[in-house]
Design a protein around this ligand. Structure first.
Ligand code: HEM
Length: 441
């Protein structure tokens, strides 16, 4: 395994986190030490992994009965894909990135197959394919276009354009502590391929749950384990408010959008649905998950009612976040006062602290970006709407959020090795068979 020397030297937390290391250790010694510690602490988990084949068989055997219950409670008009929307695996020139929902929609031509998408196309496709509420899609899109895309054409790439921008851009919308992707720093820039070891962990939590599903409880446990892992091994863990809510929301998206039928109203977040939609294919001979193009399973029904921004944040704050608090610089954190409205309004008010892609602080252009973003957000969450967020308060600036901004691995200075890993998704491969406790390049 190749380790980036500069990145290792930049690990400020190492000596305090691993006092056993003593004075100066070589790169190889350091890596070995961290891995040994990790493996000792995760013996139980590794034993679960050796029985993964049996675990999956047990999860899959619940499928037939559950599908029966879905079929009796769904409206046939919610069957997806609809006629004329056919699956086609992405070509190597098509842009795909960290979002399984959008990747899948492009694989069926609900979004352009080349993965270069516009605001209007995404609003329509996410509603039609998954019944995402327009308010939730708008909030996600504003940040995606502002920070990862092009305001003039209201467009962005699902992955990246020649390794730059797109949804792969770290800590804008893309976040650390993702359900089944590794952190940007520990993955050496690979924050967008499905991680085999993370999905194995997720399957383990589904198996241990009483529902045997990827429900909110299972996803809360997946979040808690990953949050602990990131706190311990990622010295550049960012929990800046917008990526933070995307990270938390994404855990709630698993059951709420990927269930067969409506989650909470007879729908099931079963292994068959989840593994197919996120593109995790179990390879029996290796015990690993290969990342394959995202696809709906046969006889899949989207949720019957829209799932919007307030529901998503409420699920995230009630079922996911309390399982392992990562404190952002939101004054309400850890108190009962942190509500969906507070976070949405913080974002609305804090939009000035975001640097749009390519604008790099040019005052006029930034102002133009902010004006554009607010013109989209005001009709859905501004004054006069149900949330009624005030415009007047400004959030702390980004230097406060990004305390390590200019250290190697921080948003101001990528590790040199990361460039090789920031391109569009490459499918039919296994990524991260073992946990990246040190940057895995
Ligand atoms: C509306 C526009 C959308 C944008 C701009 C967007 C963007 C993103 C981004 C940047 C990520 C990476 C976040 C991370 O690092 O954790 C992500 C992850 C995710 N998105 Fe989306 N998304 C959108 C719509 C959707 C829809 C419609 C769904 C579901 C149907 C969805 C489901 C997910 C899930 C489950 C993840 C977590 C993936 C994982 O780590 O396993 N997103 N999305």
């Amino acid at each position: 395994m190749k380790i980036n020397q500069a990145a290792l030297l930049a690990l400020p937390a190492l000596s305090s986190a691993f006092p056993g290391m003593g004075g100066v250790a070589s790169k190889a010694e350091t890596e070995k030490f961290i891995r040994r510690q990790y493996e000792a602490e995760n013996l139980e988990k590794r034993q679960t992994l050796t029985t993964l084949t049996g675990t999956i068989a047990a999860l899959a055997s619940t499928v037939t009965g559950l599908l029966g219950s879905v079929a009796s409670s769904v409206d046939p008009s919610n069957l997806r894909p609809e006629r004329d929307f056919t699956y086609q695996a992405p070509a190597s020139t098509d842009s795909r990135g960290p979002c399984p929902g959008l990747n899948l929609l492009a694989n069926y031509n609900y979004l352009p197959r080349n993965g270069h998408v516009t605001f209007g196309q995404v609003i329509n496709a996410t509603s039609r394919g998954f019944n995402m509420g327009a308010d939730l899609a708008t909030v996600l899109l504003v940040f995606a276009i502002l920070t990862d895309g092009d305001i003039a054409t209201e467009s962005f790439y699902l992955g990246s354009l020649n390794g730059v921008g797109g949804l792969n851009r770290h800590s804008t919308v893309e976040a650390d502590v993702s359900p089944n992707r590794e952190d940007y720093y520990l993955g050496c820039g690979d924050n967008h391929h499905v991680s085999s070891r993370l999905f194995a962990q997720n399957v383990g939590y589904a198996y241990l749950s009483s529902s045997k599903q990827f429900d909110l409880g299972t996803m809360g446990n997946q979040y808690a384990a990953s949050a602990s892992f990131s706190k311990k091994y990622n010295p550049y863990l960012y929990y800046f408010p917008f990526p933070q809510i995307v990270s938390l929301g994404a855990f709630a998206f698993y059951p709420n959008f990927f269930s067969n039928g409506t989650y909470g109203a007879g729908g099931v977040a079963n292994y068959e649905s989840i593994s197919s939609i996120i593109g995790a294919k179990f390879i029996k001979s290796t015990g690993q998950f290969q990342y394959v193009p995202e696809q709906w399973p046969a006889y899949w029904y989207r949720r019957a009612t829209p799932y919007g921004a307030v529901q998503a944040l409420t699920d995230a704050l009630v079922s996911i976040y309390p399982k392992n608090i990562i404190v952002p610089l939101a004054s309400q954190a850890g108190t009962p006062n942190l509500s969906a409205r507070d976070l949405l309004c913080d974002i609305y008010q804090g939009i000035n602290s975001i640097t749009p892609l390519g604008l790099a602080g040019a005052l006029g252009a930034t102002a133009e970006g902010v004006t554009w973003a607010l013109s989209k957000l005001t009709p859905v969450i501004g004054a006069g709407t149900t949330l009624g967020c005030p415009l007047s308060t400004l959030s702390p600036n980004e230097n406060t959020f990004f305390t390590n901004a200019s250290s190697t691995g921080g948003p101001g200075k990528n590790p040199a090795s990361s460039t090789a890993h920031t391109g569009n998704n490459v499918y039919n491969k296994v990524y991260f068979p073992v946990a990246p406790v040190v940057p895995t390049c």
